[in-house]
Ligand binder design. Structure first.
Ligand code: ZN
Ligand code: ZN
Length: 333
């Protein structure tokens, strides 16, 4: 499993931002959880691709990464130091997160790790698209310490503030996070009481999400809250009337025997409110009627609403009704 970001995106080191973006889009599309339901390997790939593009898609971060690579200190490929590196996001966090240590941080709020949450949205919102607002519990920079993690900040003596230590010689040397400062590049005299030195706290954040039309169950949206990336997985609530099949909306309507025998016009619920549905005389029970263009718009194509006609026959008859049905029977129907 490669940890080289260029290899993850399948691009050359000299590729342009455009080429990078294209490669990222193609891969993200192919490995999107939406397109690969219940495939945890694809989900993992999707995460790695997103993480890699997080770095390479940002000119500053890419420069930093390239520099380390050129020095032969690619923190992603070598693992000979035996440090507990495994998860790409751990490495990214140690490289770019952690409160502003090393050459990258420079006192700015650090870019944090990736949070994952799952929210439930109404069926119609998923089908039509729209905006939903949720309050989510997310890690944010600790206000008490500004993300530093405490007071009495001093440049780490072991790594000189880079957060990384090299071991081995020359070309074969590898970099690993400094054990003394945990890769942050500094040490603290006193830990922040609010965040216990973590530099971040859990906070209820109001998040507004744009749901694309035709979002499927399990679709993962990427958003940014207070400088940290949040992957939001959508769970779509069931609807009492509608179900979905690709772009088409399925439902059924229950009508009386006379409505199918004689024909009738119904008002049927659609994604855009009620619409007329004509039932022709002689329509058979179980017939599926198509309401064109009343389905889900996805990639510029609109689906239909498919309505199954269910006929409900009377279970009990009063005297008058019995007489009428008897007449029908005698007429041979
Ligand atoms: Zn704090
Ligand atoms: Zn250090």
């Amino acid at each position: 499993m490669t940890k080289d970001l260029y290899e993850i995106l399948g691009v050359a080191e000299k590729s342009s931002p455009d080429e990078l973006r294209k490669a990222y889009r193609n891969l993200a599309k192919k490995n999107h959880p939406d397109a690969n339901p219940d495939d945890s390997a694809a989900e993992e790939r999707f995460k790695r691709i997103s993480d890699a593009y997080d770095i390479l898609g940002n000119p500053e971060k890419r420069e930093e990464y390239d520099l380390m690579r050129q020095r032969g200190h690619d923190p992603f490929s070598g693992n000979s130091s035996g440090e507990g590196f495994g998860d790409l996001s751990d490495i990214l966090r140690s490289m770019f997160g952690g409160g502003g240590g090393g050459s990258y941080g420079g006192g700015r709020p650090a870019s944090r790790g990736v949070s994952r949450v799952s929210i439930e949205i109404p069926f119609v919102t998923a089908a039509k698209g729209g905006t939903v607002q949720r309050v989510l519990q997310l890690p944010v920079v600790c206000r008490a310490c500004g993300g530093v993690g405490g007071s009495g900040k001093e440049t780490c003596g072991s790594c000189g503030g880079t957060g990384r230590i090299s071991s081995g010689q020359g070309f074969f040397s590898t970099m690993h996070p400094c054990a003394n400062c945990g890769g942050r590049g500094y040490t603290l005299k006193k830990k922040c009481a609010t965040c216990s030195g973590a530099g971040e706290v859990q906070s209820n954040e109001k998040v507004s999400l744009r749901i694309p039309p035709g979002a499927g169950d399990g679709t993962t949206l990427r958003t940014s809250v207070g400088g940290s990336t949040v992957l939001v997985q959508l769970r779509i609530k069931k609807d009492r009337f509608f179900t979905r099949q690709g772009r088409d909306i399925l439902c059924s309507v229950t009508v009386t025997a006379s409505q199918v025998v004689l024909g009738s016009t119904l008002m049927v619920r659609t994604l855009d409110g009620k619409a007329k549905l004509r039932i022709k005389a002689g329509t058979q029970p179980g017939t599926v009627l198509r309401m064109r263009g009343k389905g889900v718009i996805h990639n510029g194509v609109t689906g239909d609403q498919l309505v199954t006609v269910v006929v409900k026959l009377p279970a009990e008859l009063n005297d008058e009704q019995r007489l009428l049905w008897t007449e029908i029977k005698e007429a041979g129907f």
